[in-house]
Design a protein around this ligand. Structure first.
Ligand code: CFM
Length: 550
């Protein structure tokens, strides 16, 4: 364990230690596994990010943080939209475990606005359906859902067993669309849990489905504000979207659609009427940004409204893109106003947070985004990694042409997108884009997590519980950020765990007010003395140790 006062300051000794740690871990695994895992554990170098192995199958037997393809499609991307009835075609557990645990919130505008998020729709298939097929049960579930709720749109999500028995959810969707009639939109997703190596495959499948079935179906120009933008890859966890909506409105920016925090069907259908796409979570939604650029001519930029200074940066980028003085001035006014309270809260928190250590092992974007907030708190992220990020999320999009496409990636449908015959309209001319780029705007770009990390910090993809235990034993961070599967294992080791998936009971953490909430929550967590008192029974009681003799 590193001594408290030596924790920060000597990055060189940390580099050596982290390298030792990497070696130590590798020797504990069986040789073949160790060799494979070594490629996913690298020492960061922001100037020249090393190649990391990512988006490959987890070694069987390793306790992974990952989720499944169904989770990425149904839970992550489509889940937060309140007026689609999402039916899980599968055993009840798949529906049950994806029922509200992510804390994606929504706010219906009035009592006529549908909100199905609080329900859990499932076909609850049984052994007999596995033997004789589940398509009839699915049709019956759709009929029932329609009779009860009269939704405009129903989506069907395949789980592992229905994929294995070969139920055709797409055929059922077409059949039921005809049977019910009246313009109802029903579509299915082949997002069986095993379809990819993680939930990342589910994002891609969901993106394709959004594009094929919803985006661009309604040309009406909505909203009275100018400066029409979409926010992609924001899912309103703990109310993040509400805070961002507040900021955009205050600046006079028209947020046409969010994919998919606090969203509705109509917002997706209108999304192509925006003039700029902003990508927040690159991993889960970059496909939609690319498809919308090809089809409709909407440029996209990467934004990062986690952390107060990053939120300000995002607003300035929007103002620069639209290039009107009125907006530039308003954005500066809003930033100046919001930063007063942010500054005070940050100063207060920093008294207790400066110099502390954090570790972040979350999903496919937050392990990067939250480093901004920790930087604002004067904390160092000593180790970080994604569960299911791809190489571009670590090393930047420049590596995309060099990423090897394996059989697991080929398993996911690639749709061919072309210019929309009537709606394609480049929002900026080539010259205008060049000029913006000359002034520092970057289109179609994401530099990845490693660019931001300190030299010598550890970057680990698809962290295993064994590696997590060893990291904690050795470095004893002041806070470990991950999810519910890790929470209690880590806390039993005397280290507080902050959930950065569902924020425990906290949030919002996005935008300006979100930053303030985060400062206060982290200050509280790292100041609590209770963790030092925690002793696991085996630390204080006599116990017998044995080894296998095979
Ligand atoms: Fe994107 Fe997400 Fe994330 Fe993600 Fe997720 Fe999530 Fe996440 Mo949990 S879409 S990649 S699949 S930012 S649910 S809101 S917190 S793992 S880091």
């Amino acid at each position: 364990m590193v001594d408290e006062k030596d924790k920060i300051g000597s990055m060189d000794s940390l580099v050596t230690e982290l390298q030792e740690f990497r070696k130590e871990i590798m020797t504990k695994y069986p040789k073949k596994v160790g060799k494979k895992r070594a490629k996913s554990i690298v020492v960061s170098n922001p100037d020249n990010p090393p190649e990391i192995q990512a988006n490959v199958r987890t070694v069987p037997g390793i306790i992974t943080q990952r989720g499944c393809t169904y989770a990425g499609c149904k839970g992550v991307v489509l889940g937060p939209t309140r007026d689609i009835i999402n039916i899980t075609h599968g055993p009840i557990g798949c529906g049950f475990y994806s029922w509200l645990t992510r804390r994606n919130q929504t706010l219906p505008v009035d009592e006529n606005d549908s909100n199905f998020i609080t329900y859990c729709f499932s076909t609850d298939i049984q052994d007999s359906n596995i033997v004789f097929g589940g398509e009839e049960k699915l049709k019956q579930a759709i009929r029932e859902a329609y009779e009860l709720f009269h939704p405009h749109t129903i989506a069907i999500f395949s789980t592992c067993p229905v994929g294995l028995i070969g139920d055709d959810v797409h055929r059922v969707a077409r059949h039921m669309m005809e049977e019910i009639g009246g313009g109802i939109n029903i579509f299915g997703f082949s997002c069986e849990g095993y379809r990819g190596v993680s939930q990342s495959a589910g994002h891609h499948i969901a993106n394709n489905g959004l594009f094929k079935n919803l985006i661009g179906r309604n040309d009406e120009i909505r909203g009275s504000l100018e400066y029409r933008v979409n926010l992609l890859g924001e899912y309103n966890i703990g109310g993040d979207a509400f805070e961002l909506e507040r900021i955009f409105e205050k600046c006079g920016i028209n947020l046409v659609a969010t994919f998919s925090g606090n969203s509705t069907i109509q917002k997706f259908e209108n999304a192509h009427t925006a003039d700029l796409n902003m990508v927040m979570c690159h991993r889960s939604i970059n496909y939609v940004a690319e498809m919308m650029e090809t089809a409709f001519g909407i440029p996209w930029i990467k934004v990062q409204p986690i952390g107060a200074s990053s939120t300000a940066k995002m607003l300035r980028k929007i103002a620069q893109y639209f290039g009107e003085k009125k907006l530039v001035d308003r954005v500066e006014e809003v930033i100046a106003e919001e930063m007063v309270e942010v500054g005070e809260a940050c100063k207060e928190a920093r008294k207790h947070t400066t110099g502390k250590l954090a570790m972040l092992f979350v999903g496919g974007s937050r392990a990067h985004h939250y480093q901004d907030l920790f930087e604002e708190l004067g904390m160092t992220t000593i180790a970080a990694g994604y569960e299911f990020g791809h190489r571009d999320d670590y090393e930047g999009r420049r590596v995309i042409p060099n990423i090897q496409i394996d059989a697991d990636s080929r398993n996911i449908e690639e749709i061919t997108v072309t210019k929309d015959a009537t709606r394609y309209n480049p929002r900026k001319t080539e010259e205008e884009l060049k000029e913006l780029e000359a002034n520092g705007m970057e289109f179609n770009e994401y530099h990845g997590l490693m660019k931001q990390m300190e030299r010598g910090a550890l970057v680990i993809d698809d962290l295993s519980h064994y590696e997590m235990d060893k990291l904690i034993e050795r470095y004893h961070p002041d806070v470990f950020c991950a999810g519910i599967k890790e929470k209690f294992c880590v806390q039993k080791m005397g280290v507080p765990l902050k959930q950065l998936h569902n924020y425990d009971s906290g949030g919002p953490y996005a935008g300006f007010k979100g930053a303030i909430n985060f400062y206060r929550d982290i200050e509280m967590i790292v100041s609590a003395s209770i963790w030092k008192e925690l002793k696991a029974p085996w630390e204080s009681e006599v116990h017998i140790e044995a080894t296998f003799v095979y």
